[in-house]
Design a protein around this ligand. Structure first.
Ligand SMILES: [Zn+2]
Length: 105
């Protein structure tokens, strides 16, 4: 698999985050990465905070990269962990709220 592009852009319209499946609102900055493999190309869009959390994880790529993994791991993260890992304050608050909603089950 080859990474064609990996950059941070501003959303002109809303998108669905590949990692948490929540909306990335228009006007927010997000990460877009484009991949190619075996003649096929696809891209993923991620909240910056979701991308930062995912990068902090010690995950095995064979286990997959995506929604299930992020949400499963997020439940283990404390407010302090999220504050430390995530740069953007709005993203910190969103992820803490998301973690709380997971914990409430
Ligand atoms: Zn997300």
């Amino acid at each position: 698999m080859k990474i064609l592009t990996d950059r941070i852009v501003t959303a002109r319209k809303s998108h669905v985050c590949f990692l948490c499946c929540e909306i990335i609102e228009a006007g927010r900055r997000y990460r877009i990465a484009t991949f190619a493999d075996a003649g096929r190309a696809w891209s993923t869009k991620e909240h910056l905070g979701c991308a930062e959390i995912m990068q902090s994880m010690d995950y095995d790529s064979d286990m997959g990269y995506g929604e299930g993994k992020l949400l499963e791991q997020l439940a283990e993260y404390t407010d302090d962990d999220i504050d430390t890992l995530v740069t953007d304050v709005d993203e910190q608050q969103r992820l803490i709220a998301l973690r709380n909603s997971i914990m409430e089950g």
